[in-house]
Ligand binder design. Sequence first.
Ligand SMILES: Cc1cc2nc3c(=O)[nH]c(=O)nc-3n(C[C@H](O)[C@H](O)[C@H](O)COP(=O)(O)OP(=O)(O)OC[C@H]3O[C@@H](n4cnc5c(N)ncnc54)[C@H](O)[C@@H]3O)c2cc1C
Length: 573
Amino acid sequence: MPRVAVVGSGLAGFTAYQTLRRALEPGEIAVFGTEADPAGAWRIRAAAIRQQEMRSESDGHCLPTTFPGLAFGSVRSRRSLRPLLDSVLDRYHPTVDEFLSHVESLRERSGWDESLVARRVERVRAVDGGFELDGDRFQHVLLAPGHPGLNVPEELRGDPRVVHSYEPHDYAPSVTVVGAGLAAATEWLNALAAGAEVVSVRRHEPERRPLNVPRQYFSRRGLESFHRLPPRERVERMRTLTAPSYPKGPQWDEPLERAALEGRFRVEPSLNGTAQVICATGFRRGFRSDALLARLAADHDLTVAETTRRGHAERLAHGAANDGVDVVVAMGGDGTLNEAANGLAGTDTALAPLPGGSTNVFARTIGIARDPLEATGQLLSSLHRHSYRRIGVGCVNGRRFLFHTGLGFDAAVVARVERRNELKRYAGHPLFVASAFVTWFRHYDHSRPHFAIQIGDELVDGCYFAIVSKTSPYTFLGSRPVVVAPEAGLDSRLSVTAFRTLRFAPVMAAVMSALGSGKVLRRHPRLVHHADVGSLTVLGSGPFPYQVDGDHLGDVDRLDFTYEEDALTIVVP
Ligand SMILES: Cc1cc2nc3c(=O)[nH]c(=O)nc-3n(C[C@H](O)[C@H](O)[C@H](O)COP(=O)(O)OP(=O)(O)OC[C@H]3O[C@@H](n4cnc5c(N)ncnc54)[C@H](O)[C@@H]3O)c2cc1C
């Protein structure tokens, strides 16, 4: 039995196969597919929009290397150096025929047909030591089932005038094209060239971007820099790269301008009575649209819920616990995780953090990788090993926290960062540091202390700023932990660090110490540090701001803290 199964015999499965062939023989790979020709599904769609040239540069081929690219092949077949020169300027596009003959020759020499199993896979199940595909076992499985069908807007389904742009079609004398991406732009030009009158119906004005994905994404170095981006930024970048668009240039604009002057092209807000409606609306999206992926998720009883507002994660997690769910995976930042922890505290449902925020303090504290893919691998392995741990949490005025609550100055900084929520996504730590300075110099009242802290019989008065830690570090600056209470941890009670001064020199000394071991910080004469605290009360000399696990919760006069033992189950690496 082969070691690796590839499900899907389209171009993605084919490219994966070429990569696997670097290390494995054809007999060690089984490719499951309904079509022997790897370009079979693609060929029909490309022909439907009358595509002549590829939308990819020299590097857009099916081998796991950038060199030699398709431009080298074109030099031979076109008997000209022009393809190479064009490629240097990023202006080369192989023809569809050149690309298809590249696929064909690779298919012949790579052993593809030998590995092909002409069968549709109905079910993939994880079993000990690998996976089972409809009864056959494999060590590894790669899923490449492709686009899960064509997307036609709900209101147009069943309308006899409708054809999808990726289905073979001719043009009626009057045509409405729905959409504003490359397929739509191609349809406008094709239909005009066929003599039709064209109406464009679109939700947004088309975005104009170069045809090709920037070439950096085809090189190892370019991809490495992409993978180093924080997860949110990566998602944003993918969104930009895949957003519908078509290129600038007279070949796209002039035919439309001419046709508009002749009264043969216009934009309208909604469908009218044209004879033909072409949906240039791409593919359906999401794993639920693919039977195999939907079943795989269902087999693992995975329910996906998206949060849409503050407090939503808490309600969703609480509902999941009431429904007897085993594990809630919280994919998001510390705020989402805190809400989920509040929804699950006191129940047996375990919480698994998956980093999706800008800092992800708690996930990193317990050793979860910053990269979401790596973190998902860790999570699957932890679930497999039943690696659960029951922990205590902090509680402040009824709200639980996992790593810390900040009172006074740092809460004012967090409030300032939250006002720039959009920037937070991109600027991350530099924004925190800049906000700390601005808050320090302009927005925080240094003239008087703001609260006193009662810990047992001791009253610590004259406090300007305090941190109640549940775990350590307090946060991370880049990859550097900021340590305020080194003794704090998953098994410890609360630690309290109170600043009885906000003068620049001692605070800077404390910050420098926190970026190291945190020891100097605890010895400072104007700082008070208590470890292993079960409860405390903070009494304000007026309202003061506070933040819980990085979420600003407003201003209060009093805060009551308790340590809640045995409160929450978490999944640990
Ligand atoms: C019109 C058009 C033009 C494009 N032009 C370019 C271009 O110029 N350059 C470029 O780089 N990209 C281009 N793309 C993008 C490119 O087509 C896609 O990235 C690529 O075709 C996707 O390949 P795929 O294997 O993921 O999917 P598909 O081509 O859809 O293949 C998936 C295959 O898997 C099979 N399958 C699915 N489920 C199962 C199952 N359960 N068991 C067995 N088999 C299964 C399907 O039957 C199908 O044969 C273009 C896309 C379109 C639509």
